[in-house]
Write a protein that binds this ligand. Sequence first.
Ligand code: TPP
Ligand code: MG
Length: 211
Amino acid sequence: MKLQIPNHLKEIRTIKHTPEELISFENEVKKHYENGGIKSPIHLSKGNEDQVIKIFNYISEDDWVFSSWRNHYHALLHGIDKQTLLEDIISGRSMSTNSINPKFYSSSIVGGIIPIATGVAQAIKRKQKKNKVWCFIGDMTYETGIFHESYKFSRNFDLPLEFVVEDNKLSTNTPTKEAWGMNKTDIPKDIIYYQYERDYPHHGTGNWVLF
Ligand SMILES: Cc1ncc(C[n+]2csc(CCOP(=O)(O)OP(=O)(O)O)c2C)c(N)n1
Ligand SMILES: [Mg+2]
């Protein structure tokens, strides 16, 4: 399915990163992991390069970006330096890398970022700042109660908060729709949404690693 972009969003820049750069970064992480150099879980991305690159054309350098355990692509595209990110991952913070400049926050807790992103958007509105908050979530995270509470609150109070749902149809290895007894996903038109096929396993690289 193609990328759903809400009508109110406008492209404001052209991201310089290429799909090949993103893929080669994850290959490098994979190499360190399989050599036993990373002693914490890693969640690699692959197969959604075109969509994420396009989405970052709508995001300003001054915006906040919130992401999950699967955050390497978002971190790089929001401007976290490649080497800094790699060192963070090697030190065990793959699932929770964060930064003040650029404004980036990630967490390994399903749904954990959503109320924080909502609060940051509320603070931006109260201070009458011009930047925005972008919250990247998976298809299962989209189905959680905390998403629906925060979505409702952010829309009713007109907060500068954009949600991006990245749907790989799986929650770890559980088919999301089957788990909820659904045969289709209805995503409101004010949310960015796309589907992709997961290439790596949920976590790790598919090979056993001895630390
Ligand atoms: C509160 C909480 N419950 C369970 C987990 C274990 N867990 C990690 S990722 C994940 C699946 C989430 O699926 P989805 O939102 O679709 O994201 P994806 O990994 O597919 O990108 C689960 C259940 C967790 N990290 N936090
Ligand atoms: Mg998923």
